[in-house]
Design a protein around this ligand. Sequence first.
Ligand SMILES: CC(C)(COP(=O)(O)OP(=O)(O)OC[C@H]1O[C@@H](n2cnc3c(N)ncnc32)[C@H](O)[C@@H]1OP(=O)(O)O)[C@@H](O)C(=O)NCCC(=O)NCCS
Length: 166
Amino acid sequence: MQQVAMNLATEETSDWWEVEALYDLCFAPGRSALSSYRLREGIDPIAALCLTARDDNGILAGAVRNWPVRIGQWDAILLGPIAVHPTRQGEGVASLLMQRCLDLARADGWHRLMLVGDAPYYARFGFDRLADVIMPQPTNPDRVLGIALTPGAWDAVHGPVSRTDD
Ligand SMILES: CC(C)(COP(=O)(O)OP(=O)(O)OC[C@H]1O[C@@H](n2cnc3c(N)ncnc32)[C@H](O)[C@@H]1OP(=O)(O)O)[C@@H](O)C(=O)NCCC(=O)NCCS
């Protein structure tokens, strides 16, 4: 895989609509109907873990946002959306964003991070299927993946994923 020079930065308020436009471009129409959005609506993302990747001309190449969720008594990060502009895909931009998220989350004291996505892609970062963690319907359980940021952090975790204000 190529590795490009990208400037990663924390998403600012002024970036919001540009990131939304990138997500609209990269995801199928109706992305906000996905069940993961029910867990995010009306809840602030984790600001320190919302990142943009811009090239040397300042053009937005990729972005990632993260939200807090609960699984019973346990806190977790729900990563996503993550997207890279079609003209910049395959250059390692998502890998840079993902690695930075994982490093920052660890440094901020989070224990576990999950997402809904393609296991063949996310396995490279260390994600495994979370067999005992249930996302709101409709979600393919094979796409519910997690990574432990501290050893064994997912071992006892089980149950439905809920909003932090439930
Ligand atoms: C998925 C996505 C974020 C990857 O971004 P990217 O910057 O191209 O990813 P990277 O350059 O870090 O990695 C590219 C590698 O991942 C692979 N890959 C990308 N998407 C994949 C998928 N869904 N399943 C398996 N492998 C995938 C590529 O084939 C490439 O493989 P290689 O390293 O063997 O060449 C980007 O394709 C995208 O924005 N897609 C549309 C939105 C989306 O699906 N987001 C994820 C929702 S879970």
